[in-house]
Design a protein around this ligand. Structure first.
Ligand code: ADP
Length: 176
C-alpha cells in the first residue's frame, strides 16, 4: 500500500471485509474441541490464516494462526510426537484439556497463535484502516461487531477495493 496517496473515500470496514454476503462463511478454528484431522481439512483451503475463536456459537476472538505455521506444526507432530494421530485433539488454550483416559495425546498449539491480532469494528472508516495497514505493515486484520468476529480484510482486499473505486469514479479517491 503506497503511502503517497490519501485514501479519502467514505467506505467502511464492512464494505471491504470478506466473506461477502454470497460467500461461504469465514473459515475459523475453535480453541478446543477440534481434531488434528478436522484442522487439516480446514487447512486444505488456501487462505493464509485462520481466526481462532472460543466457540462456533460465541464467535469470540482468541487469536489468529497462519496456515503455514499450522502445516509445519502438524507435520512435525505427526513425525515426532508419540501418538499424535488424526483423532488427537488440537488445543489452542493455555490449559490442557481433560480427555478420556483412552484418548490419543492432544496436540497443543497455543505457541503458534498470535494472541493480539489487529482488529477493527465493522463501522471503522476505511481511511483509518488503510492508514493503520500502512503504518503497521499489516497483511490482514479482523473485523468484529459487538465483540463477535465478523470477517477479515487482507492487504489484497484493500488494493482490489481501491482499484474498484478508481474504475468507478477516478476522482472519488482523492476528492471523495
Ligand atoms: P490474499 O488476500 O492475500 O490472497 P488470503 O489467501 O489469505 O490472502 O485470502 C484470500 C481471500 O479470502 C481474501 O479475500 C480474504 O479476505 C479471504 N479470507 C482470508 N482468510 C479467510 C478465512 N479464514 N475465511 C474466509 N475467507 C478468508
Amino acid at each position: 500500500l503506497e503511502p503517497k496517496e490519501e485514501f479519502e473515500h467514505n467506505s467502511l470496514a464492512v464494505d471491504v471485509m470478506r466473506p461477502r454476503r454470497a460467500d461461504p462463511s469465514l473459515a475459523v478454528l475453535t480453541q478446543d474441541g477440534m481434531t488434528v484431522g478436522e484442522v487439516e481439512v480446514s487447512n486444505s483451503t488456501d487462505y493464509s490464516g485462520f481466526p481462532v475463536v472460543v466457540s462456533a456459537e460465541s464467535q469470540r476472538l482468541v487469536g489468529f494462526v497462519l496456515r503455514r505455521d499450522l502445516l509445519i506444526s502438524i507435520d512435525n507432530a505427526r513425525k515426532r510426537q508419540e501418538g499424535v494421530v488424526s483423532a488427537s485433539q488440537v488445543v489452542f488454550t493455555d490449559h490442557a484439556p481433560s480427555l478420556p483416559a483412552d484418548a490419543p495425546p492432544p496436540l497443543r498449539l497455543r505457541g503458534i497463535v498470535d494472541l493480539s491480532p489487529f482488529t477493527v469494528t465493522d463501522h471503522t472508516p476505511m481511511d483509518i484502516t488503510v492508514d493503520i495497514f500502512r503504518k503497521l505493515g499489516l497483511r490482514q486484520c479482523l473485523v468484529t461487531h459487538n465483540g463477535r468476529l465478523l470477517g477479515i480484510i487482507t492487504k489484497k482486499d484493500i488494493l482490489k477495493h481501491m482499484a474498484q473505486i478508481a474504475n468507478r469514479d477516478p476522482d472519488s479517491i482523492l476528492f471523495n
